[in-house]
Design a protein around this ligand. Structure first.
Ligand code: SF4
Length: 125
C-alpha cells in the first residue's frame, strides 16, 4: 500500500471514482470533481486504467498517492486499480458514510460534501 503523506505543495495526489449508474456512483463522481476543483487531488481517468491504456496505467502507477472513491461495497474503482497493481492509499465507500444506494441519479450536494470531508479527514490522518 502507498504511504499516506502530507499533501501540502503536492500535485501528485490523484483521485478516481467508480462513477457508477446509481446515486452513490454519481456522488462518488461529483466528490472527485469537487476535490479537483479545490485542488486537493487531480481527477484521474479510471476508464483508462480499466481499458489497459499503457500510458494511463503507468501514470496511475506512478501517482504519489491514489484515492479511490466507490459508491458501494462492490468497490469497482478500487478493484480496477488493484487489477493494474495499483493499491489506493485511501479507499472511500459512499454507502459506508450512511448514504443509501438507489437507482436515482439525482444530484445530492449534502452527500457529496460528506464524501469530500471524509477524504480530507483521511488525508490529514
Ligand atoms: S462500486 Fe457500486 S456504485 Fe460504483 S460502479 Fe461498482 S457497483 Fe456501481
Amino acid at each position: 500500500m502507498n504511504e499516506k503523506k502530507c499533501i501540502c505543495g503536492s500535485s501528485d495526489v490523484r483521485v478516481v471514482a467508480c462513477s457508477g449508474a446509481s446515486n452513490v456512483g454519481q456522488i462518488a463522481n461529483q466528490a472527485a470533481i469537487e476535490l479537483a476543483k479545490e485542488k486537493v487531488a487531480s481527477f484521474f481517468c479510471l476508464a483508462g486504467v480499466g481499458g489497459h491504456i499503457p500510458g494511463m496505467v503507468k501514470a496511475a502507477q506512478e501517482a504519489g498517492l491514489m484515492i479511490a472513491i466507490d459508491g458501494c461495497p462492490v468497490q469497482c474503482a478500487a478493484k480496477t486499480l488493484q487489477y493494474a497493481e495499483i493499491e489506493p492509499a485511501i479507499q472511500i465507500v459512499v454507502t459506508e458514510l450512511g448514504i443509501e444506494k438507489s437507482p436515482e441519479l439525482v444530484h445530492d450536494e449534502k452527500a457529496c460534501a460528506k464524501v469530500v470531508e471524509k477524504v480530507k479527514e483521511e488525508l490529514a490522518a
